[in-house]
Design a protein around this ligand. Structure first.
Ligand SMILES: NC(=O)c1ccc[n+]([C@@H]2O[C@H](COP(=O)([O-])OP(=O)(O)OC[C@H]3O[C@@H](n4cnc5c(N)ncnc54)[C@H](O)[C@@H]3O)[C@@H](O)[C@H]2O)c1
Length: 365
């Protein structure tokens, strides 16, 4: 998708980061945590994952203001062994809890060769790529799983009972950009249907069923029904596995017991997450591993292409290109997204336009 197709304004990433950070500070987050959450949202936009970017500011602010998210959580280790950590998120922002858990896991993986980190009592953690990219910068292979509120049915069912639980993997490379695999277990992330509904646009067939189990292209009816799993029964099976690791195993909510960020405005979400980190050095020198990943990427990209295909890509490559483009041109935002940001800013008494103007003048932002 090109910038021009997406939106009506190109906003510099520093302005978005500054604005969202100020809103989170106004909601009670520490300066450091406000910056972290804001950075994670803007990174999603920079990678072209607009469904998990600054469009989430409004609902996060709403939940923080209603006391449904703890702005100053005491994120703590409640279980530990040589290669495992169990983290209680104290109902903090998903990104704050997620990054603390991940960073503890990174240190443990350095000492033990590998680490598995379970997280309970957290909230929506946004795009999974954010966490694995952070670990990849430390030359680790990383995976990140999260569960989500139930919006998919078990294969053959009609009632929403399991999340579009996302999984992400990050693999360091040498000459090439890291391989970043990041996806929902549904045909598409539900955030894309939310965006379509807000913009009054239809969705492609095959994305969702209505509340009676019939296929629909009406985004609003899809939100009232269920999102379809990717690869039919296979996506359902994967989603179940991810919920068992991030929800059942960690003590967090699972299946129907993860509360919906948009609809359950009385109770915290109790989202769970699970990170796994592998120290490459315990298997082979990092440089040799990266060389082998590069070889694999190059061999894949060199295969004969099907008719009409211009280029073979590896996961993360599209997003990497979009990030480069958006870092120089700005993040494209549609009229709807802009007015949501302004509205969230109003609630927090932070003026969106001030931030954009300040950055354009070379000020703080
Ligand atoms: N926190 C949550 O509750 C939650 C829930 C669901 C989804 N999400 C997030 O939603 C985001 C979007 O998920 P999605 O499933 O719509 O992703 P997607 O379908 O846009 O991309 C999935 C993966 O496929 C790769 N890819 C795309 N085209 C490719 C090609 N031609 N060749 C090779 N690889 C290619 C991408 O790089 C990516 O790794 C993710 O960031 C995910 O973490 C979060």
């Amino acid at each position: 998708m090109t910038s021009a197709e997406v939106g009506s304004a190109l906003i510099p990433e520093e302005a978005l980061r500054g604005f969202c950070g100020e809103c989170f500070r106004e909601c009670g987050l520490s300066g450091e945590d406000a910056e972290l959450v804001s950075h994670s949202l803007v990174q999603a936009n920079l990678r072209g994952i607009d469904s998990h970017g600054v469009t989430r500011l409004g609902i996060y602010v709403k939940r923080l203001r209603r006391g449904l998210i703890n702005p100053r959580p005491d994120v703590r280790v409640v279980g530990e062994s040589d290669a495992t950590l169990l983290i209680h998120g104290d109902n903090g922002m998903g990104q704050v809890v997620g990054v603390r858990a991940l960073d503890l896991g990174v240190s443990k993986a350095r000492k033990s060769g590998a680490a598995s980190v379970g997280v309970s009592n957290a909230n929506h953690y946004g795009a999974g790529a954010y966490y694995v990219e952070r670990a990849v910068r430390e030359d680790l292979i990383a995976s990140a799983y999260s569960n989500a509120s139930p919006t998919m049915a078990p294969w053959g069912g009609v009632d929403p009972s399991i999340g579009t639980n996302p999984f992400s993997y990050g693999i360091p490379a040498g000459r090439h950009s890291p391989i970043i695999i990041d996806m929902a277990t549904s045909v598409v992330a539900r955030g894309k249907i939310i965006l379509a509904a807000r913009e009054g646009k239809p969705i492609p067939e095959g994305w969702a069923l209505d509340s009676d189990g019939w296929p629909t292209t009406d985004a609003q009816k899809a939100l009232e029904g269920t999102v379809l799993p990717t690869g039919e029964h296979k996506g359902y099976a994967l989603s179940l596995l991810l919920d068992i690791m991030s929800g059942v195993l960690t003590g967090a909510g699972f299946g129907q017991h993860v509360n919906n960020m948009y609809d359950d405005m009385d109770t915290p979400q109790n989202v769970g997450a699970f990170f796994q980190l592998t120290d490459i050095d315990r298997f082979m020198p990092v440089a040799r591993f990266k060389e082998r990943v590069d070889q694999m990427v190059e061999e894949l990209k060199a295969v004969r292409r099907a008719p009409g295909v211009e280029e073979i890509l590896v996961p993360g490559e599209i997003e990497d290109r979009i990030r480069r483009e958006r870092l120089s041109l700005g993040v494209p935002l549609g009229a709807e997204a802009l007015s949501e940001l302004k509205a969230a800013g109003k609630v927090c008494r932070v003026d969106f336009e001030d931030y954009v103007v300040q950055v354009q003048k070379g000020g703080p932002g």
